[in-house]
Design a protein around this ligand. Structure first.
Ligand SMILES: [Zn+2]
Length: 88
């Protein structure tokens, strides 16, 4: 199923500083798993789970764990691309 929720986070792509739209399929509110229903969820202390996105420009996939509204470290992995050009 392609349903998810959108997470309101200000984390931008650290590579190109582009705004990212963060999505999640696993968010809990005070421990209760939320339905994936295309809702927009602000990061408050009630929210835990994960969020992920990708920067189309840099072809990097990003993932962040959320614990009581706090964003954990940004984990990134390169999206395989036919073009191997990478600006750093
Ligand atoms: Zn980027």
């Amino acid at each position: 199923m392609g349903l998810y929720n959108t997470i309101l986070s200000d984390i931008r792509c650290p590579n190109c500083n582009q705004r990212l739209e963060w999505q999640s399929k696993r968010i809990t509110y005070d421990g209760y798993l939320l339905a994936n229903a295309m809702q927009t969820i602000p990061l408050t202390q009630h929210i835990s789970g994960e969020m992920h996105t990708s920067c189309d420009e840099c072809r990097i996939f990003y993932e962040v764990e959320i614990s009581t509204g706090e964003e954990g470290p940004l984990m990134s992995s390169k999206i395989p691309s036919p073009k191997t050009a990478q600006r750093n």
